[in-house]
Design a protein around this ligand. Structure first.
Ligand SMILES: [Zn+2]
Length: 496
C-alpha cells in the first residue's frame, strides 16, 4: 500500500472511530463497538505496513517527509495495538457507562457520582458517595490490568524495549529529563502549596489539613461558593460572545456543541476532531458554577483550534499529532480566562471585589490540579521506567499523597491513568500556557481577549494544526522551552 492510500484509509478510520467514541461518551449509544471499526480497517494495521513505513522513513532525506511518515507510523502502531485490545477496551467503556450505584436509597448512574460530590456541601456525605463507587472500580480493575499488560506486551513485540521507550519515541520526549522538570515545579511550589491548603482546608472544609481523603478535592475544585456568579444558562452563550469579540465567530459554524444532560453521558467535557477543520464536536455537561465555564472554555480552546486548521495542510499535520501538549496549551489559555478579574467584569458583570476572591480561590484550585498531575506523572514515570507494573497501586497512592497531601485510594491506580503519559502532555501545556499568556498580555494588552488582533494571532497559531509541539511555538515567541518561571511566579503573585 502506498503512503497516499494509507493516509486516505487512515482518515476514514479515524473519522469512524472518533464518531463511535463520541456517541458512547455522550450517552447516545449504549454499547461501545470500536472493535468493529478496527476490524473493518485491519489490513492497515499489520506488521507489513509498519515495516514498509520503517523502510521509507530510513530512506528519505527530506525532514518534513520523514516527520509525516513517522506520524503515520506511530498512528498505525497505536492502532496495531488497538486492533488487538479493542474488544477489551469496548467492554470497559460499556461497563462504566452502564454501571449503577446505590447510595442510601438513591440509585444513580456511575457517571452521576462525581458531579454529586462536587456539589455536596456535607463532608461525610461526600465520603459516602465516594465509598459507593469503590466496588464499581474494584470489579473492573482486573480487566483494566489485562488491557495494560496486553499493551505492554504488544509494544515489546513491535521491537521497543518497554512502554516508556515507545512513548518517548512516539512523542519525541525525554521523560527522564522531564521528570526532573516536574520535580522542580514541585519543589518551587511546595511551601506556597502547604500554606494555602492549610488555610483553605480550615476555611472551606472546616477542619485542619490532616488525613483528608481525595474526594474532597472534587468538592474544592467546583468552587461552589461562587455558583450564583456563574449562571448555568450562560455557559454556551458566553463562549459564543467571547469568540465573536475576538473575531473568530466564523469558526463556530464548524463546531457542534452538545450541552445536553443525559444520565449516561460522561461528565468529563471533551472535544472531538473527526475531520478538522470541517467537523469538530464540543461536548459538555453543565452542572452549574465556575467549573462549567472552565470546561466550556477549555474545550472551546480545542474546538477553535480544530476549526481553524488550514485545509491545505497535509493530513498528518492536521490530525496526527505527536502529543496533545499543544492543543492542551490552547485549551488552558482560554480556560484560565474565566477566573481572570478583567474578564469576569466584562463578561459576567462580577464586581471587582468578588472577582479578586474568585481569582484567588481558582488559583488555589489550579495549583491543586497541577500538583495532582505532577503526582500522576511521577507515579507513571516511576512505574514504567522501572518496568514495575506490580508496584503501581502503591506508587500511585504514595505519589498522589506526596504531591497533594490528600489520602488517595490505591484502587484508582488504573482508572486515574490516561495512557501514553498524557499527564506529561498536560504538564507541558501548563508550562507553555503561562508563557503564551504572558506574550498575549505584553503584545495585546491586559484585555487581549477583547482585541481582534489577538484573535488574528491565535488564528494564525491554530491554522498550523498539529504541525508543531508547544515547545516549538514558545521558542518562536522568544521564550525558553520548559522554562517554569512564569508558571511558578503566576501562583506566587496571586496566592502569596
Ligand atoms: Zn483538553
Amino acid at each position: 500500500m502506498d503512503v497516499k492510500n494509507i493516509e486516505t484509509e487512515l482518515s476514514k478510520f479515524i473519522y469512524e472511530l472518533e464518531t463511535e467514541d463520541r456517541l458512547v461518551r455522550v450517552g447516545l449509544k449504549e454499547k461501545a463497538e470500536t472493535s468493529k471499526i478496527y476490524k473493518k480497517y485491519q489490513n492497515l494495521f499489520t506488521r507489513e505496513v509498519l515495516d514498509g513505513l520503517k523502510k521509507q522513513i530510513n530512506k528519505t532525506g527530506n525532514a518534513k517527509t520523514r516527520e509525516i511518515l513517522q506520524r503515520i507510523y506511530f498512528t498505525i502502531a497505536g492502532s496495531f495495538i488497538g486492533l488487538k485490545t479493542a474488544v477489551l477496551d469496548d467492554s470497559i467503556k460499556t461497563y462504566f457507562s452502564q454501571a449503577k450505584v446505590k447510595v442510601r436509597n438513591e440509585e444513580l448512574a456511575y457517571f452521576q457520582i462525581s458531579p454529586k460530590i462536587a456539589k455536596e456541601p456535607v463532608f461525610d456525605q461526600r465520603e459516602l458517595y465516594s465509598d459507593a463507587i469503590d466496588y464499581v472500580i474494584t470489579k473492573i480493575s482486573p480487566k483494566q490490568l489485562e488491557l495494560l499488560n496486553t499493551e505492554v506486551k504488544l509494544i515489546q513485540n513491535l521491537g521497543y524495549g518497554n512502554y516508556l521507550a515507545f512513548y518517548a519515541k512516539a512523542k519525541k520526549m525525554d521523560y527522564a529529563n522531564f521528570n526532573k522538570i516536574a520535580d522542580k515545579i514541585k519543589k518551587e511550589t511546595d511551601n506556597l502549596w502547604q500554606r494555602t491548603i492549610e488555610k483553605v482546608s480550615k476555611e472551606i472544609l472546616g477542619r485542619s489539613f490532616k488525613n483528608l481523603r481525595s474526594c474532597h478535592m472534587v468538592y474544592l475544585r467546583s468552587l461552589s461558593m461562587f455558583d450564583n456568579l456563574y449562571p448555568k444558562e450562560k455557559v454556551v452563550s458566553t463562549f459564543l460572545q467571547f469568540a465573536n469579540d475576538l473575531g473568530l465567530a466564523d469558526l463556530l459554524s464548524r463546531v457542534k456543541i452538545d450541552d445536553k444532560d443525559r444520565p449516561r453521558k460522561n461528565p468529563r467535557a471533551v472535544c472531538y476532531w473527526p475531520k478538522p477543520p470541517q467537523e469538530v464536536h464540543l461536548v459538555i455537561k453543565p452542572i452549574g458554577g465556575e467549573q462549567d465555564f472552565e470546561a466550556m472554555f477549555h474545550e472551546g480552546g480545542h474546538a477553535l483550534h480544530g476549526a481553524a486548521v488550514d485545509t491545505k495542510l497535509p493530513y498528518a499535520l492536521k490530525t496526527l499529532s505527536r502529543s496533545g501538549a499543544l492543543t492542551e496549551t490552547y485549551a488552558f489559555i482560554l480556560e484560565d480566562l474565566v477566573f481572570n478579574p478583567l474578564w469576569l467584569s466584562t463578561f459576567l458583570n462580577v464586581s471587582a471585589n468578588s472577582a479578586q476572591r474568585i481569582q484567588k480561590q481558582a488559583y488555589f484550585v489550579n495549583l491543586m490540579m497541577l500538583r495532582r498531575y505532577l503526582g500522576k506523572f511521577s507515579y507513571e514515570y516511576e512505574m514504567f521506567s522501572q518496568n514495575a507494573i506490580a508496584k503501581g497501586p502503591a506508587l500511585y497512592a504514595k505519589n498522589l499523597q506526596n504531591l497533594t497531601g490528600f489520602i488517595t485510594k490505591k484502587i484508582y491506580w488504573l482508572s486515574d491513568m490516561d495512557s501514553g503519559f498524557y499527564s506529561a502532555d498536560y504538564l507541558r501545556a501548563w508550562i507553555g500556557a503561562a508563557q503564551i499568556k504572558d506574550y498575549l498580555k505584553r503584545k495585546f494588552g491586559q484585555k487581549w481577549f477583547l482585541n481582534p488582533k489577538a484573535g488574528k494571532f491565535l488564528r494564525g497559531l491554530f491554522a498550523r494544526g498539529v504541525s508543531d509541539e508547544v515547545e516549538d511555538v514558545v521558542r518562536k515567541l522568544s521564550y525558553r522551552p520548559f522554562d517554569i518561571s512564569l508558571l511558578v511566579s503566576g501562583y506566587k503573585k496571586v496566592l502569596s
